[in-house]
Ligand binder design. Structure first.
Ligand code: HSE
Length: 332
């Protein structure tokens, strides 16, 4: 018997990726229902050569589905995910609405797939930056116990949505034409500039994105006291987030040992060729399901610390692909 699957937020960037991944995947799908806000409802999308009408998300429409993927923001998830669960579905939620709830597993399948066994209807997909970091760092944590993580992120404009991406494109054109740069989505000029994340800052000075990275990594790793200091930065890259990471480990890990561990790790590709000067870039990572990891170096300023640089597609492993991996495991 095939699965009945719903995607809420199908016209957004993550929803589109999820649809394409399901289309090209091997899951037996009997029915697919596509949902969006009233603004995007009634559009016709195609799935495995069949036209499918996008429905406006509504309470009664979410019944009789086996799995529903939500990627329409926290308020839509808070309102409709419990209704989908009541109707019998398991929800995989891409928003931050339920991520830190005790009864909700927060899952990166390469790290903590076993927590999928104890869900009560909702499973959370992590923040993109946390999913990318977790995939790259977990194999090293298993080998040498990571005690502290210092990370600086380089997050693509598309992480802030389609309008943000258009703003970057428009500002590049405005700059080339000598026009005044117009800002709407971002608080600062994004073209030819970088700035720290424009999410709210708490009283300690860390912004929401930085706090999410710390809290979510602790939950995913099952390490409530793991030390994490994040600085989240927006960069004028179209797609794929990068992260410069320094890890302090309990056991000393050489760069070569770390490289070897990562070469055998799931979801990771080592790109660390010093001779050819080839290392991870967001351009290279865009469109790939794996996280590219390189620039592995022993930190000369600390006896047990390792530096690395990673790039990963925030729409794939950072969102849609992670969710499809969860779905594949649930449906197996
Ligand atoms: N919070 C992330 C960002 C979204 O703003 O980049 C995931 O791409």
């Amino acid at each position: 018997m095939g699965l009945r699957i719903g995607i809420v937020g199908v016209t957004g960037a993550v929803g589109q990726e999820a649809l394409h991944l399901l289309e090209g995947g091997t899951l037996p799908i009997a029915e697919i229902r596509l949902f969006a806000s009233s603004r995007s409802a009634d559009r016709i999308l195609s799935f495995r050569h069949e036209p499918i009408r996008v429905e406006e998300v509504g309470e009664e429409r979410l019944a009789a589905l086996d799995y529903v993927f939500f990627s329409a923001g926290g308020s839509v998830s808070r309102r409709y995910a419990p209704i989908a669960v009541k109707g019998g579905a398991v929800v995989i939620d891409n928003s931050s609405a339920f991520r830190m709830a005790d009864e909700v597993p927060l899952v990166v399948p390469e790290v903590n797939a076993k927590t999928l066994r104890r869900h009560s209807g909702i499973i959370a997909n992590p923040n993109c930056t946390a999913a990318i970091l977790a995939t790259a760092v977990w194999p090293l944590h298993q080998a040498a116990v990571v005690e502290r993580i210092v990370v600086a992120t380089y997050q693509a404009a598309s992480g802030a949505g389609a309008k943000a991406l258009s703003e970057l494109d428009a500002q590049v054109r405005q700059y080339a034409a000598g026009e005044a740069i117009r800002k709407k989505v971002f608080p600062e000029q994004i073209a030819f500039n970088v700035f720290s994340h424009n999410t709210p800052v708490d009283e300690s000075g860390f912004n929401e994105e930085e706090n999410k990275v710390a809290q979510e990594i602790r939950k995913i790793f099952g390490e409530p006291t793991l030390g994490i200091c994040a600085t989240c930065i927006r960069v004028p890259v179209f797609r794929a987030h990068s992260e410069a990471i320094v890890l302090e480990t309990r056991r000393k890990l050489s760069a070569e040992e770390a490289r070897e561990i990562l070469r055998h790790a799931p979801g990771v590709v080592v790109v660390d060729d010093r001779q050819a000067n080839q290392f991870p870039t967001p351009l290279e990572a865009a469109g790939k399901r794996e996280i590219l990891v390189g620039r592995l170096r022993e930190d000369p300023s600390h006896p047990r610390a390792l530096a690395l640089f990673v790039s990963g597609d925030q729409l794939l492993k950072g969102a849609a692909w992670n969710a499809i991996q969860i779905l594949e495991r649930l449906a197996a």
